[in-house]
Design a protein around this ligand. Structure first.
Ligand SMILES: [Zn+2]
Length: 477
């Protein structure tokens, strides 16, 4: 088709869909208030008001699910019929699914699967954007975002930044990967559109060398950094040891990160800044974030229903108990998630937050259920090993676990390599003491191998990627 045959008339099949005409923005901002309105509206809803809002959106989401081949098939296979879901109380009747089901959907209908309900063809009626999972093997999984999905994600991300204390005029260094993944792109949209702050997109160490990132912080007076703890530690240590710059002297005010099992105090001490936890995924967007009280992550409950399920039985657990997280999105048109088992282990707080936000809060992400490995019958999360390594000031917190089956008996064996940066440290002592500490933390014996600074980067990719690897399981290989 020639350019002259295309129009802007939205009712013509030959129109070019403009992003800023693709949504009723005023309505969206009423439905999902961005900051600061959020703090005076959604964040103050009573539990009953919230529940009725969730119910309305939940029923719409289920209706949308029936239009999408993946859900239609998955639900029908489990004997679910449309009449079964009449209220939010029926949520638990819906069968759970996980990433394996999504992979099967993609295999069945390559390359996009049939779980999204939109395809590139729909670009003729609405502007779409594609980002991917940070897949480590094979091709990354693509995800298309409709304007409704993407703009709401930006609002939720904006709320996160505001909860952390990011303010208009702040320059925010975003040290998350730029590229196919959402890592850097989603915060850029959130900061730029909904906080008044200014995203500075340096990306990971592969996008902008770490020393250059530190030079920019200094030269431009940047006071806020977003990034993963491992990279933020790496940055601080490069500043201190390779550039002779005390990271504290840079005057960073706050750090937005995904803490998981990392030690908050150590990161805060390194930078002399407050560090705030958050939880988001590339499919669902920003699920939860910490406020100034650093006391658990407020869930964006107008946009999500989260449940904690027993990883073995699937039973839904009461607030306070640790389980695998099930996500139901309430705002998504493309690829809604309806009881998606994301396999992250978390738990709800049971008390109220002093900030007055009425939403439930996640304690933290304790680890990934599928990272969990069985070592001589004991469940071990690499994240718990990382937390213990960080307690030891002789290490920079970098570690990597190798798991093997050894000897004739095929006994499970884990060797944890730990970078030691203190030149005066007695390595035998480090090994003995860390092995004792690991036994306490993990309830199973692992071997510690102290190594020099930088040795593990080839395994973890800390300096290059925001998706840090911590474990290589060589059993059955
Ligand atoms: Zn709070």
């Amino acid at each position: 088709m020639n350019n002259s045959e295309l129009t802007n008339a939205p009712d013509s099949p030959d129109h070019v869909p403009w992003y800023f005409r693709s949504l009723d923005f005023e309505q969206l901002w009423k439905d999902y208030p961005p900051p600061p309105t959020y703090f005076k509206t959604t964040a103050k809803l009573s539990r009953d008001e919230l529940r009725s809002l969730q119910e309305k959106r939940f029923l719409q989401t289920v209706q949308r699910g029936w239009e999408i081949p993946f859900f239609k098939r998955h639900w029908s296979e489990h004997g679910l019929v449309a009449q079964d879901i009449r209220s939010i109380d029926d949520l638990t009747k819906i069968p759970v699914y996980d990433v394996h089901d999504i992979r099967k959907s993609i295999e069945r209908n390559p390359p996009f699967g049939d779980f999204m309900g939109i395809s590139p063809e729909d670009g003729k009626r609405m502007p779409l954007v594609l980002q991917t999972s940070g897949g480590t093997t094979g091709l990354p999984r693509p995800m298309l975002y409709s304007p409704q999905d993407r703009e709401t994600m930006a609002i939720l991300g904006g709320r996160r930044m505001a909860m952390h204390g990011i303010r208009p005029g702040d320059m925010v260094l975003v040290t998350l990967s730029l590229g196919l993944g959402n890592g850097g792109m989603a915060p850029r949209e959130a900061i730029w559109r909904y906080t008044g702050a200014i995203p500075v997109m340096t990306g990971s160490g592969a996008n902008t060398p770490t020393k250059r990132q530190i030079e920019l912080i200094k030269a431009w007076g940047i006071k806020v950094i977003l990034g993963f703890p491992a990279y933020l530690r790496h940055m601080a240590i490069v500043a201190r040891d390779e550039m002779g710059i005390d990271p504290k002297s840079l005057g960073i005010r706050l750090i937005g990160t995904h803490l998981g099992m990392e030690n908050r105090e150590l990161l805060e001490d390194l930078w002399g800044a407050k560090a705030f936890d958050m939880y988001g995924t590339h499919e669902s967007g920003m699920l939860a974030a910490e406020c100034e009280h650093q006391n658990g992550m407020h869930v964006m409950e107008d946009a999500f229903i989260l449940e904690m399920a027993d990883p073995d039985t699937g039973k839904i657990l009461p607030d306070g108990e640790k389980g695998t997280t099930l996500i139901t999105t309430l705002y998504k048109y493309g690829a809604p998630q309806i009881r998606f088992n994301v396999n992250d282990i978390s738990a709800f707080h049971t008390d109220a937050c002093p900030c007055g936000n009425t939403s439930r809060r996640l304690k933290r992400i304790f680890g990934r259920n599928d990272n969990m490995i069985k070592l001589r019958g004991v469940n071990v999360f690499p994240e718990a090993i990382g937390a213990a390594v960080l307690e030891d000031a002789r290490s920079n917190g970098e570690y990597f676990c190798f798991v093997d089956r050894v000897g004739e008996a095929g006994k499970d064996h884990m060797d944890v390599w730990v970078e030691v940066i203190d030149p005066s440290a007695d390595l035998n002592k480090v090994r003995e003491e860390m092995e004792l500490r690991m036994k306490e933390v993990l309830s199973v014996k692992v071997q510690i191998t102290p190594v020099g600074k930088g040795v593990l980067d080839q395994y973890t990719m800390t300096s290059q990627s925001s998706k840090v690897k911590r474990l290589l399981d060589r059993r059955n290989k």
